[in-house]
Design a binder for this molecule. Structure first.
Ligand SMILES: [Zn+2]
Length: 258
């Protein structure tokens, strides 16, 4: 699971002669010597992830994004170890997405690269870019959406949450909403944080629709607090944090019984 750590890629200079490049419709894939094959697979997977994420989040009006000069740069390091060494990323990260430099960096030998790491990081950039989100949108939303677009993101979380719910060990929503992913990692609560985030986001999207979900995020972007954004977007159903928590717990109950 990559974290959205902005600015951490400052040490990574503009591509120099050490990088080779492959060009795709929405992506420029830079890769280190020896990673040409991985780079090809990354380019193809990035394009198909892009199409899938756009459909899932209902971004059909955003077809002109990320073309030509606006293409996203993907840096494929030969290995995850090389990626960490070059970017100075902390041990718990396997990839980084930078909104500022419009780029993603990752390790070409990561076994979860195409199914999890790549779609996760691309979702961070799409979600932030296409909705014009600043820092007013909390981490659980960013990470929940990114985790949802991983191949097994939701399925894995349901298994974990089933056990936690039985032992009454879930993080209450009011706490989840103020936690950052970094804080959760430091407190060894990252797994629960991500699992709750993806199930909550998926509950909102699957039960109330992606269009409404985007409107809800837009409310937060425009400065409304969580309670007001919920009340404004979901007046009849999820009109407060408490109402959201009750409905989400019932959904969790239904999903874990399947
Ligand atoms: Zn992330």
């Amino acid at each position: 699971m990559g974290l959205l750590l902005l600015g951490l890629m400052a040490a990574q200079a503009q591509p120099d002669s050490a990088w080779q490049i492959q060009k795709h419709r929405h992506f420029l894939v830079y890769y280190e010597a020896g990673a040409a094959q991985q780079a090809g697979a990354v380019g193809r997977a990035a394009e198909s992830s892009y199409r899938r994420i756009m459909l899932d989040l209902d971004f059909k009006k955003h077809t002109g994004f990320w073309l030509w000069d606006e293409r996203v740069k993907i840096y494929v390091y030969a290995s995850v170890a090389r990626f960490r060494e070059a970017t100075g990323a902390p041990l718990w990260t396997r990839a980084l997405a930078s909104h500022r430099t419009h780029s993603v960096a990752l390790g070409g030998n990561d076994p979860d690269l195409l199914d999890s790491v790549l779609p996760h990081e691309l979702t961070h950039l799409i979600f932030r870019d296409f909705l014009g989100l600043g820092d007013s949108v909390p981490d659980w939303l960013h990470e929940g959406v990114a985790q949802r677009e991983e191949k097994y993101g939701l399925a894995q979380s349901i298994t974990l949450l089933r056990g936690l719910q039985q032992h009454d060990r879930l993080i209450p929503l009011a706490d989840l909403m103020t936690l950052t992913s970094e804080q959760a990692a430091r407190e060894r609560r990252a797994l629960v944080f991500y699992a709750e985030a993806v199930s909550l986001v998926s509950f909102m999207i699957d039960e109330q629709g992606a269009e409404r979900f985007r409107r809800f995020c837009g409310q937060l972007r425009d400065g409304k607090d969580m309670a007001s954004a919920l009340r404004f977007t979901y007046p009849a159903s999820l009109h407060s944090i408490e109402a959201l928590e009750r409905a989400w717990l019932a959904y969790l109950d239904r999903s874990t019984r399947r």
